[in-house]
Design a protein around this ligand. Structure first.
Ligand code: 0A1
Ligand code: ZN
Length: 876
């Protein structure tokens, strides 16, 4: 195998040829599908007349090649494992190819493959080249006409993008449907689905009165699991009209659920393909979290119709152009639809754990990378989530009205085009008349900026001086960092009054909540007329994706926890307070000193538990301790065992000290109402769950009974899963084992529930987990070929920190074995699964050596580009 080569942004060249029309005919067969393509091609007016034509094509058997209907002599073209090059072509011509491929052998799940007997496609980013020879790049946009031929019994349903225009019977029990999509699109948005599917249909009337048919296609047995996705879709369509003025542009919008899918879902024009886990829900089988995720993903893919499809990316370095913007849009939608503070808290908690870890590791990259080896490795938290944070900052910088004008301008000016991040930011600058030059650095600079803040109150002059110093740590390939433009939203809370003080900065009255702009390496902001000593509330609502350090005392935090007018920062205070206590306990554990619980934390929690509650979901978030992964992110060197021990100690201390309070909260929130995924009910369930978790941490006898009863009642999956998890993660195997067995038997027929069953078992802290993972890999419901199963079992195991990081290295070896096997089957999933091993530098010497050894072992294999790129970066 030749060494995979990087692609550089600086090498970008516009295409010499464009395809205006693409006609495809698929004659489906699992072992040998025939694909005929007829491409209408034009030379770009500015391209050299002798420019060769290049068509990507991989793993295809070429059967015929015609130029303007004449066979091409073998000497007229070159064919290698990357594609076809035709040296001399006219300025305008048609090219017809016929190829064969074997969907049933496609375990990588890119291109055309089979999933549970149906045919489906995944073309983003570069899967289309595994379907036919084509200029497979997003800046080549064509109108597609697609005919799908299948077996009338096995594949009664034949779908592709756009509208069906013709259908008919053929000989031998075959039939066909022809589809036309009038909107020019890049190949990555092509989709085809064929199989024995059933459909739920609904309708949507757009803002201009057009009727759109909405369809969700699923396997027959899943017809009862589509209501929530359909309702979410309709809400998303309305929201995009109301918030962004975006109307749907085809007569039908289809969603298909498939069981084998590498990611969550895909925004193919008019024919979104979803991982079944990202679309199917039912109160008995899906948790609140799953309901909310489905809503968000349905919205995300729908929103791509404009931010991604109508206006797309010029090249894959611009991936965040569509993803950052679309994630920001789906986050805003979910915030508007549910509880906005909770949505923000959950997004930020996840972001700070997972994206910060990426930014601090060997694969750190900027939102707009300069080079890559394998683009599928770049569907990352940085491109998606940090990209969304940067769009959110843009919106806050220019204000919603200017942002909306900028968005309108962007969609109008670039409709039907493939553009860059500069084009997007340029529209925002134009609409707001602001200079965003320094702001653009957010797109180029990798790493998480850190702000060291300190403040001084001057009683005599009634001034508060706030000094902010920023630095961004080095990341691979980027040693020198420039100061960023960082918007810091803040308030000053009067320490006596508990009220937000009116802010006067540089003689200007700013109200009680303002945004200060940090642009230099260091800046001091002097607030005048500050009537009393304040406690600063900084980075409200996480106004920038940075780490902010401020020397808060525990008293400051206990104060902000209840007094800050910003709900997000009240939560933030709870997390900071817990972190201070956790840090002491981590140190105590490391030094072999007896652990003592900080009573101030207990008092703060008691205050929270006994005060009147206005938002149960926010309260639940405040009562949750930072996860072990989140704690690890804050440590210079990760001590897995100390973190686990410290966190367990806090959980138990709180469980003992506040036993009655937690029990009261639990009891008050038990409900027999019919399940609905409403914000109120979800908040109530999540508060109840947190309380039960603390009580189960100390294995309180009454709590165990309640937990068992909650499991037995089987009221809904949220309650059942929580109860089962707590039983399985407790030391009471005599209760856990029968519960697990009963659950496994009850849901053996439901693959998505079995995923949960796998995850629950392998995330328990007990030492037998590794053996259990090995055992479960042999379970009939498990398959390495199904990405959901890999995530549910192996992915969840790798998140089980004490067990994955066992000191004998067996956890690492198990993961490496799976990576090696997946490297052959599904390189994309192999690379994702391997990620925890790449973070070896964060651990102690013994673990570092063990993790490195596994990476070296993987490196000995004939590697896919995906795994190769990661191993190289990890060992560099
Ligand atoms: N564009 C999709 C994500 C996606 C990316 C790659 C895939 O296969 C390699 C599949 C889906 C989204 O943002 O939802
Ligand atoms: Zn997306």
């Amino acid at each position: 195998m030749s060494k995979p080569q990087p692609v550089h942004l600086s090498d970008y060249q516009p295409p010499a040829y464009r395809v205006t029309h693409t006609e495809l005919t698929f004659d489906l067969d699992p072992a040998s599908t025939r694909v005929e393509a007829r491409l209408t091609i034009e030379r770009h007016p500015e391209a050299a007349p002798n420019a060769p034509l290049f068509l990507n094509g991989e793993q295809l058997t070429l059967e015929s090649l015609l130029l303007d209907d004449e066979p091409l002599a073998e000497s007229a073209y070159q064919h290698d494992d990357k594609g076809l090059t035709v040296a001399n072509v006219p300025a305008a011509f048609t090219l017809a190819t016929r190829v064969r491929l074997a969907p049933e052998e496609n375990t990588a799940l890119e291109g055309l493959y089979q999933s549970s007997g149906m045919f489906c496609t995944q073309c983003e980013a570069e899967g289309f080249r595994r379907i036919t020879f084509y200029p497979d790049r997003p800046d080549v946009m064509a109108v597609f006409r697609v005919t799908v031929i299948g077996d009338a019994t096995r594949e009664p349903v034949l779908l592709a993008n756009g509208n069906p225009v013709e259908r008919g019977e053929l000989e031998g029990g075959r039939h066909f449907v022809t589809w036309e999509d009038p909107h020019p699109k890049p190949a990555y948005l092509f989709a085809l689905v064929a199989g024995d599917l059933a459909c739920v249909e609904d309708h949507f009337t757009t803002m201009n009165g057009r009727e759109v048919t909405l369809q969700i296609w699923v396997e027959e047995e899943n017809l009862g699991k589509t209501d929530h996705a359909m309702a979410s879709l309709k809400r998303a369509m309305r929201w995009d009209e109301d918030s962004y003025g975006r109307e749907y542009d085809l007569d039908r919008f289809m969603i298909v659920a498939v069981n084998d899918f590498n990611m969550g879902a895909m925004e193919n024009k008019g024919l979104n393909i979803f991982n079944s886990a990202a679309v199917l829900t039912h109160p008995d089988t899906a948790t609140d979290a799953a309901f909310q995720q489905v809503e968000g993903i349905v919205a995300h893919e729908y929103f791509h119709n404009w931010s991604g499809n109508r206006v797309t990316c010029r090249d894959w370095f611009q991936l965040s152009l569509k993803e950052g913007f679309t994630v920001f849009r789906d986050q805003s939608f979910s915030a508007d639809t549910n509880s906005a503070p909770v949505k923000r808290i959950q997004d930020v908690a996840f972001f700070r754990t997972a994206q910060f870890a990426e930014d601090a590791g060997p694969t750190a990259h900027s939102i707009r990378p300069e080079h890559y080896i394998e683009i599928t490795n770049f569907y990352t938290l940085t491109i998606y989530e940090k990209g969304a944070e940067v769009v959110r900052m843009l919106k806050n910088l220019v204000g919603w009205e200017a942002f909306r004008r900028g968005s309108d301008l962007y969609f109008e000016r670039f409709d039907g085009q493939a553009v860059t991040i500069e084009d997007f930011v340029g529209c925002m600058a134009e609409a707001s008349q602001q200079d965003l030059t320094q702001f653009m650095r957010w797109y180029h600079q990798a790493g998480t900026p850190e702000i060291d803040a300190h403040g001084e109150y001057d009683y005599v002059n009634a001034e508060y001086r706030l000094t902010l110093r920023q630095r961004t740590p080095m990341t691979p390939g980027q040693t020198h960092k420039q100061p960023l433009h960082i918007p810091v939203r803040m308030g000053l809370v009067g320490t006596k009054s508990g009220h937000d003080l009116t802010l006067t900065l540089d003689g200007e009255k700013r109200g009680k909540d303002t945004v200060i702009h940090l642009r230099e390496a260091e800046q001091t902001f002097v607030f005048t007329d500050v009537a009393e000593a304040p406690t600063p509330s900084l980075l409200r609502n996480f106004s920038a994706p940075v780490k902010l350090h401020f020397p808060y005392s525990r008293e400051d935090l206990a104060f902000l926890l209840t007094e800050d007018s910003d709900g997000f920062n009240r939560w933030e205070a709870s997390q900071r307070l817990a972190m201070l206590a956790l840090n002491d306990l981590i140190a105590a554990h490391r030094n072999g000193v007896e652990k003592v619980m900080d009573t101030r934390v207990i008092d703060a929690y008691r205050a929270l538990l006994t005060a009147p509650v206005n938002d149960k979901a926010v309260l639940a978030e405040m009562l949750k301790l930072p996860s072990e992964a989140c704690i690890a992110e804050s440590q210079p060197l990760v001590d897995v065992d100390a973190i686990h021990a410290a966190r367990e100690f806090v959980r138990q201390s709180l469980g003992f000290a506040l036993r009655d309070e937690f029990m009261a909260v639990y009891t008050a929130n038990v409900s027999s109402k019919a399940y609905a995924p409403t914000p109120e009910q979800i908040g109530q369930r999540s508060l109840k769950s947190v309380a039960l978790a603390y009580l189960m941490a100390v294995e309180d006898e009454e709590a165990i009974e309640r937990c068992q009863a909650q499991f037995d009642a089987g009221h809904n999956m949220t309650d059942v899963r929580q109860a089962l998890t707590l039983l399985v993660h407790s030391s009471r195997d005599e209760l856990a084992a029968p519960a697990l067995k009963a659950f496994g038997e009850k849901w053996a027929h439901d693959s998505l529930v079995m995923d949960q069953w796998f995850s629950i078992q392998v995330s328990r802290p007990q030492e037998d987990v590794l053996e259990r993972v090995k055992y479960l890999m042999q379970h009939p419901a498990f398959s390495l070929k199904n990405p959901n199963k890999v995530r549910a079992l192996l992915g969840a195991f790798a998140q089980n920190r004490v067990n994955f990081h066992r000191l004998d290295g067996a956890g690492y070896a198990l993961l490496a074995d799976a990576v090696i096997e997946l490297n052959r089957l599904n390189p994309e999933i192999a690379a994702r699964l391997m990620t925890p091993l790449t973070r070896w530098r964060r651990f102690d010497d013994a673990r570092q050596a063990l993790m490195q050894a596994e990476l070296e072992r993987i490196k000995q294999e004939p590697l896919s580009a995906n795994v190769y790129e990661l191993v190289e970066k990890a060992l560099a």
